[in-house]
Design a protein around this ligand. Structure first.
Ligand code: DQA
Length: 147
């Protein structure tokens, strides 16, 4: 099975408890379970990791680039201002899909900018936890290399 990394940024470990009216009631553990099941059905071996630490997220992206592993990335708040994360994503050697549970374009002004979008293969936003399923489907359809 093709390995795929699902990387979640800050505060996403608090899904379920965090503003459920915005982010829904599924917990991060639920998300891990669903991604693994969706991946299996698509022939993908999915690992889901979450961190609140920008440096750790950078290290994971470097590892993915070095091993040509496709990535589904929810950069969370880093989306809007982390040039370091953007530069790490730009090094991707396999498809990298930016995902969001919500539709940031329909929310506060500061969320309208993604510094990641221009270096992602594509972006899926606004479908709740299903955004991850759609991202995994996109990766399953893409060739592994190039973006
Ligand atoms: C988010 C949207 C971001 O604006 C926010 O900071 C998040 C979650 C989403 O999945 O909708 O933490 O990336």
């Amino acid at each position: 099975m093709r390995p795929v990394l699902v990387l979640n940024g800050p505060n996403l470990g608090r899904l379920g408890a965090r503003e459920p009216e915005v982010y829904g009631s599924a917990t991060h553990a639920d998300l891990v379970e669903r991604c693994a099941a969706w991946g299996k059905a698509l022939g993908l071996e999915v690992e889901v990791w979450q961190t609140d630490d920008e440096a750790e997220l950078l290290r994971w992206l470097h590892e993915a680039a070095d091993t040509a592993t496709p990535v589904v990335l929810n950069p969370a708040a880093f989306t809007h201002y982390s040039y370091a994360l953007r530069d790490a994503c730009a090094q991707a050697t396999a498809p990298l899909v930016e995902v969001h549970l919500t539709n940031p374009s329909a929310r506060e002004d500061f969320r309208h900018t993604s510094v990641i979008a221009a270096v992602a293969t594509g972006t899926i936003a606004g479908f709740g936890v299903d955004s991850y399923r759609l991202a995994l489907e996109a990766i399953a359809r893409l060739p592994n290399s190039g973006s």
